[in-house]
Design a protein around this ligand. Structure first.
Ligand code: NAD
Length: 454
């Protein structure tokens, strides 16, 4: 076992030492999780539902504690962190209704009866990134457990604290030992073992597109089931006929929330040329007002970046001399701070415009008309999210049907609602999480024919 020291992104001081699992320890937990599957799958649907509701209610009574842990570990604003902990509760409550409603079908066939069953898969390996440690974990383990699977969860090395606490709360809630296990460790050890250990029957991976592609290759060996939630470079499209004031006032939050470390960040801002100057002057006011400060303050809208490494990566996108349209503010002193930054790239070949920076940086390009906006928005390997601002309902419908992305919003920048499916087009992912159909990703359909002939 090796150790990892968690560092506070706000103070740069050590917070806690975490033991990292090695290969042997990982295999032991996976074996225990597989054993627990044999009993968890047989727990009566009503009892499984009750245990999940209990888990949700224990999380609910620890919202503040979990939120404070996330502020400390990840530098999330306290407002966001409370929402994130609440999201875990809501997802558990939502999927607690599933065990008693996991319906199959009865299909008319000749000479007998045909029934389908939704069977659990077994051990699910969930690999979580550092940007939203709580919600992304919950989107996996909520529906996975509800469908009768057991779970091993690997948090990101640098942000393990809330996941470890959620593992303890599950036990407090009465979820049987071995059903939900959090294994802190390195991606190259614990994460890779989830992929190679045959007892793990499905991987749910959220993280970078590069690592996701490697995991997809690894899963091919065992035809292991896989859900991928990967990177993004989403477009925020502002038409001249939109409420420019509202679109501009909301644009900073759409990209700088969570310090831009959001797969759904609208980091490409496309503005119709006829309103470009008007939009930019209102946007500048909003960016300069955006409160970047100690994330523990109730007023904070943005905290620091998660680590020194991430800060260095973001800075790399802005070498000396990069033309910057304008920037917001940031505190002085310790902490991995980066001021909200607005770039005006020369064209769509610009590196900062094309690549996912995962920091508070947005690139703005003008467009001429509807067709031009759609063409520019779709000129990306990614397709996760995006926004369309227009008062013309026909245009909003046409453009939202034409943009190749999994989660779009019209006259809003919200991406995630646990009631609705979430996932990406193109290199932003494979499969969908959340919403009513997420259970399908955690079950196999079994078809059984009963011959009724004499
Ligand atoms: P990352 O790919 O470096 O790591 C993600 C997780 O995978 C971590 O737990 C890491 O330890 C693990 N890992 C690393 N190498 C591994 C390997 N070889 N095998 C198995 N596991 C391995 O990503 P990150 O830097 O933690 O997160 C940022 C990325 O996540 C961004 O690209 C972002 O867009 C993406 N993301 C996507 C979504 C979405 O829903 N689409 C949501 C959040 C973040």
């Amino acid at each position: 076992m090796s150790k990892f020291t968690v560092i506070s992104p706000t103070t740069e001081k050590p917070v806690k030492e975490i033991e990292l699992a090695d290969l042997a320890a990982t295999d032991l937990v996976i074996a225990k999780t597989e054993k627990a599957f044999q009993t968890w799958r047989k727990v009566n649907p009503g009892d499984r539902a009750r245990l999940l509701r209990n888990f949700a209610s224990i999380v609910d009574s620890h919202i503040e504690e979990l939120a404070q842990l996330e502020v400390l570990n990840s530098g999330h604003t306290i407002g966001n962190a409370r929402w994130e902990a609440g999201n875990v509760r809501d997802v558990l409550n939502y999927y607690s209704a599933a065990p008693e409603r996991l319906f199959g079908k009865q299909i008319p066939v000749p000479n007998g009866i045909d029934i389908t069953f939704k069977e659990p898969l077994g051990v699910i390996g969930i690999i979580v990134p550092w940007n939203f440690p709580m919600p992304i974990a919950g989107w996996g383990f909520g529906p996975a457990l509800a469908a009768g699977n057991t779970v091993v969860l690997k948090p990101a090395e640098i942000t393990p604290m809330t996941a470890i606490r959620l593992g303890e709360l599950a036990i407090e809630a009465g979820i049987p030992e071995g059903v939900f296990n959090v294994i802190p460790g390195k991606g190259s050890i614990v994460g890779e073992r989830f992929v190679t250990n045959p007892l793990v029957r499905k991987i749910v991976f959220t993280g970078s597109t590069t690592v996701g592609k490697g995991i997809m290759r690894g899963c091919a060996d065992q035809v292991k089931r896989l859900t991928l939630e990967l990177g993004g470079k989403s477009a925020n499209i502002i038409f001249a006929d939109s409420d420019i004031q509202k679109a501009a006032a909301n644009a900073p939050g759409a990209v700088f929330d969570n310090a831009g470390q959001d797969c759904c960040a609208r980091s490409r801002l496309l503005v119709q040329r006829s309103v470009f100057d008007k939009f930019m002057s209102e946007f500048e006011v909003a960016v300069k007002k955006f409160r970047v400060e100690d994330p523990a303050l109730e007023t904070a809208e943005m905290g620091p970046l998660v680590s020194a490494t991430q800060l260095a990566r973001v800075k790399e996108y802005l070498p000396q001399g990069t033309p910057i349209a304008f920037q917001g503010t940031k505190p002085e002193g310790p902490g991995y701070w980066f001021a909200p930054t607005v770039l005006l790239p020369k064209d769509a070949n610009d590196r900062a415009y094309r690549e996912e920076i995962f920091g508070p940086v947005v690139s703005v390009l003008p467009f001429e008309d509807e067709a031009d906006a759609i063409r520019i928005a779709n000129d990306s390997d990614y397709g996760l999210s995006g926004s369309i601002w227009s008062r013309d309902i026909g245009r909003a419908i046409r453009v939202s049907r034409a943009v190749e992305a999994g989660n779009l919003s019209v006259n809003s920048n919200s991406s995630v609602r646990y009631w609705t499916p979430f996932g990406g087009y193109k290199q932003s992912g494979l499969g969908r999480e959340l919403g009513p159909d997420a259970l399908d990703a955690f079950t196999e359909v079994k078809n059984v024919f009963f011959d009724t002939q004499e």
